[in-house]
Design a protein around this ligand. Structure first.
Ligand code: NAD
Ligand code: ZN
Length: 351
């Protein structure tokens, strides 16, 4: 089978591999829609997780089940399924501790395009299908469904980890597709005022659709000053970091109130250390929480998030700015994500 792979650092290309053999709890699927991700860009062009050779890329897909192992109970060939970017083994100690994202070790719930071939392929294997797949609702298109693999769960995870509550003021730094879903998640959780920090017009306009009340362009001067001017010096309840550089943590610490939360979902692809200003952090006693999280996968999570699309509570169509057709267009999609033209939010490739 054909797959689009990371050949080595800074190198991508098409390769041929054997179809993977599936185990008794697994499924073999073929993609119906996939979406290249900024994480693929960090992986290939920043070497963020180290070198990988001939690793098929991609972790966002809606697929059709082709074959299931003998122990799979709830899925059968022909089912249209959402493939979460995170597909852990579900029987580990880490899962019992509540962190399936780190099942088997740090970040190892992230299998596709990390430790196992990804979804940019004619076929791919999903381990533990009953735990990792979810049926795509009938009224949700495959293009919309693929936003449930990663963009929706990641953005919402940022809002969940920040424990955004009714009436709060939230700053979202970085409003690519992930940040936009962090805006949407904060809005659904009841935030009253949402500052969206970004520069591209399409992202700014889309952030308003998802509930942003104030737009801040980080190219127009110091972000902290711009926000504090608008709040009349008042600190905000929560800051979600979904883009930018390590400096975003310094801004966040200057913005968040005592006992507030800084919730990072950005994949920190480069740089070494994050600076925490001692005074901004309340001399170490400010009860300010800093948390960073990999998105949650799992069937239950996918079913609940897909309900938001099914019942019209969340519309992901505004994210889909570039539609491509056919497996071979994956390459173009990935370069779109790398080069980020000004009219791009997210590309989707249907087969
Ligand atoms: P993106 O690159 O499309 O969006 C980030 C945005 O931040 C861009 O529009 C960029 O212009 C903007 N930006 C750059 N510098 C900035 C600054 N100083 N201040 C504010 N904004 C700035 O990326 P995305 O697809 O939205 O993903 C965001 C991040 O989330 C990426 O690092 C991605 O790898 C990561 N990610 C994490 C998870 C997870 O599970 N935690 C999952 C998926 C993606
Ligand atoms: Zn992704």
């Amino acid at each position: 089978m054909k797959g689009f792979a990371m050949l080595g650092l800074n190198k991508v290309g098409w390769i041929e591999k054997d179809k993977p053999a599936i185990g008794p709890m697994d499924a073999m699927v073929k993609p119906l829609a996939v979406s290249p991700c900024t994480s693929d860009v960090h992986t290939v062009w920043e070497g963020a997780i180290g070198d990988r050779h001939n690793l098929i890329l991609g972790h966002e897909a809606v697929a059709e089940v082709v074959e299931v192992g003998a122990l799979v109970k709830d899925f059968k060939p022909g089912d249209k399924v959402i493939i979460p970017a995170i597909t852990p083994y579900w029987e580990t100690v880490e899962c019992q501790m509540g962190y399936h994202q780190h099942s088997g070790g740090m970040l190892l719930g992230w299998q596709f395009s990390n430790v196992r071939d990804g979804v940019f392929s004619e076929y791919f294997q999903v381990i533990q299908a009953d735990g990792n797949l979810a049926l795509l609702p009938e009224n949700v298109s495959v293009e919309e469904g693929v936003m449930l693999s990663d963009m929706v769960p990641t953005g919402f995870h940022g809002a969940d980890n920040a424990e955004v509550a009714y009436g709060e003021t939230v700053v979202v730094i970085g409003i690519g597709p992930v940040g936009l879903m962090a805006v949407a998640g904060s809005n659904l959780r009841g935030a009253a005022r949402i500052f969206a920090v970004g520069s591209r017009e399409i992202c700014q306009n889309t952030s308003k659709l998802y509930g942003a009340t104030d737009l801040i362009n980080y190219k127009n001067g110091d972000v902290v000053t711009q926000i504090k001017d608008l709040t009349k010096g008042k600190l905000v309840d929560k800051v979600i970091i979904a883009g930018g550089t390590l400096e975003a943590f310094e801004w966040a610490l200057k913005l968040v109130r005592p006992a507030g939360t800084i919730s990072n979902i950005n994949y920190l692809g480069s740089g070494e250390y994050i600076k925490l200003n001692r005074i901004d952090w309340g001399l170490g006693m400010g009860h300010i929480k800093i948390i960073g999280g990999l998105m949650p996968g799992g069937r239950k999570n996918m079913e609940y998030l897909s309900n938001l699309l099914k019942y019209g509570k969340l519309d992901v169509k505004p994210l889909l700015t570039h539609r491509l057709k056919g497996l071979s267009e994956i390459e173009k999609g990935l370069y779109l994500m790398k080069d980020k033209p000004r009219d791009l939010i997210k590309p989707v490739v249907t087969m």
